[in-house]
Write a protein that binds this ligand. Structure first.
Ligand code: PLP
Length: 369
């Protein structure tokens, strides 16, 4: 059972759809698929424009940095993925400054507005909606709103790789939303997508940047339902199918279920003694703090057949991250809290009494809090 916060398991009907013979990308047949995928993508992203790239999420992050920063970037860094925006700026010699916090601490809105007021060079802000390094939620909505009041020309770029497909995004004041294939969209890795505002499109076209990750040339092609270079046809076929499926279930109902699953998991694990790691948890995953992370994950994998994630860098061996993204089955979500409780018993940390699953089930299935 794969319950890591990305990659997530690829559903069988997607694997089957992607096993059909490859079609040529410059055909009417593929254009129709691309057109429908684009339409669905604009809907889930809730943005006026969208671009699909044959790259992992980091490629879309890089494309946003190089295409949307003309002067100086402000980066919100509360973890590995925030830090990645800084590293991208460094590698391109793009002027930047960052607000750095510990991985469990969200950025403060006032911190952002203060810097914007002082540093008039900043023309783009980069933020994660959910910083996956610690499962932390940033107040992206308030930041976007306050920044636009001060200067509507500052671009707000949200990395929503662990937020699109998880929760309803308020895109009203956002200029770019990034997502990727292998998280809540349950596809194999290799595709990234960027939703764009009309203002972002204008800025991209003002000063064209880069070659492969040139968003101006890519957008020009994609508006005509084709791609600038060979399309990742197989993955795009998968993307069309998963978006259709999610729409049929209802995006809202997926968001509601994910939120309930996240809340039931957090309460179940708190009830058996775990501390929730992020001060503001996102619904994409549950992150708990524990010095027994490595031992717990080892037993979970070997004895109970579940794979969950640990921490990276200074959080190595100190946290557990359990995925809630995608179409996680109820029995999987309930099994993981039970398996963790059994593991604590095995490690002689806490005697098993079924508490975690009891709390999980009463919230998930009986609507109790
Ligand atoms: C997974 C992830 C990424 C992208 O990583 P890739 O390995 O390049 O797909 C970026 N940001 C966040 C918040 C993520 O969770």
């Amino acid at each position: 059972m794969l319950l890591t916060p990305g990659p997530t398991p690829v559903p069988e009907f997607i694997r089957k759809a992607m096993s059909e013979l490859t079609i040529h990308h410059r055909t009417k047949e593929f254009e129709i698929i691309f057109k429908n995928t684009r339409k669905l993508l604009l809907e889930i992203l809730n943005m006026p424009e969208a671009i699909v790239l044959a790259s992992t999420g980091t490629g879309a992050m890089e494309a946003c940095v190089t295409n949307l920063t003309h002067k100086k970037a402000l980066i919100i860094n509360s973890g590995k993925f925030g830090q990645r925006f800084t590293k991208i700026c460094e590698s391109f010699n793009i002027a930047h400054t960052e607000i750095k916090n510990e991985w469990h601490t969200a950025v403060k809105v006032e911190n952002v507005t203060e810097i914007i007021k002082q540093d008039k060079d900043i023309d783009a802000i980069y933020i994660q909606i959910c910083e996956s390094a610690g499962g932390l939620k940033h107040p992206y909505e308030q930041i976007a709103q306050e920044v636009k009041k001060l200067n509507k020309n500052i671009m707000i770029i949200a990395d929503g790789i662990t937020a699109i497909g998880v929760e309803k995004i308020n895109s009203a004041n956002l200029d770019a939303i990034i997502t990727g294939s292998q998280k809540a969209l349950m596809l194999p890795p290799g595709l990234s997508m960027i939703g764009l505002s009309n203002e972002a499109v204008q800025k991209i076209n003002q000063k064209s940047s880069g070659y492969y990750l040139n968003l101006a040339s890519e957008l020009k092609k994609q508006k005509t339902n084709t791609t600038a270079y060979t399309a990742a046809t197989t993955l795009i076929i998968g993307l069309e199918k998963i978006l259709e499926h999610m729409k049929n279930i209802g995006f809202e109902s997926i968001y509601k279920k994910t939120k309930l699953r996240a809340s039931a998991t957090r309460k179940a694990l708190s009830s058996i003694g775990f501390d929730i790691y992020p001060k503001v948890p996102a619904n994409a995953m549950t992150t708990v703090y524990t010095e027994h992370s490595n031992e717990i994950r080892k037993i979970l994998k070997n004895k109970y057949n579940v794979s969950i994630a640990g921490g990276q860098d200074h959080l190595k061996g100190l946290i557990l991250r359990i995925n809630h993204m995608g179409l996680v089955e109820d029995f999987e979500a309930s099994w993981i809290v039970n398996a963790i409780e059994l593991t604590l018993d095995e490690l002689k940390i806490r005697t098993f009494d079924g508490q975690a699953n009891k709390i999980f089930s009463s919230i998930m299935f009986k609507g109790e809090i």
